[in-house]
Design a protein around this ligand. Sequence first.
Ligand code: 13P
Length: 252
Amino acid sequence: MKKILIAGNWKMNKLSADAEEFIKELRAKNLPNEKDICILAPFTLIAGVGEALEGSEIGFGAQNVHFEESGAFTGEISVPMLKELGVTHCIVGHSERREYFNETDDTVNRKLMALLAAGITPILCVGESLEVREGGGEQTFVAGQLIADFSGISASDAAKIVIAYEPIWAIGTGRTATPEQAEEMCAFIRGVLSGIYDMATGDSLMILYGGSMKPGNAKELLEKPDINGGLIGGASLKADDFAAIAEAAASL
Ligand code: 13P
């Protein structure tokens, strides 16, 4: 059976009461695949989400992290700080961070290494802009991100990284990549990683699709052989929508 992860990226949304209510509603659904679900919350909500999830198999984590363990980095959060909260997952290199917060492939690479060393599963985001896709350069662009982001990472560590293909033109736009476009890129990503490492590593990798995934289109995306789940923004904010996507994954 295909490995699956349905990950909700809340981005900069929710206050604690809303977060608690969401977790309560989600748990009440008694989804059969709780172990395949995780919630990536804003830093202020992570501890509360962790508490609300106690006794459930649903994972939780952060949307960013700093690569240094501690020190004079005002405003930053380190891997040990996340570890102390018991987080299971952390997003790295989301396109919004690459675009607005100066995230580079070099900082992404360091963050991946720091998370791997601590046993937290990184969810690495890659994906091209509309301009790159319209110019036909999307595979070259994504391969370049992968080569730089995985630099110096061993095959055994690489296999622990979840990759999320998020075409920037599909994020928050309502314009989803077609299942064929998403599958084509996810299969390509698997091939790139098989090339950097070996076939076994490529085959075992989890590759998610992200970009306007919602209850109405989740099944056709998740059915594709090289897509191991979704990284969901807008539709992860309502427990009903998010649970419907998880249910679509459970029915595969
Ligand atoms: P949307 O699902 O809102 O398009 O966001 C996708 C995303 O960026 C998840 O990380």
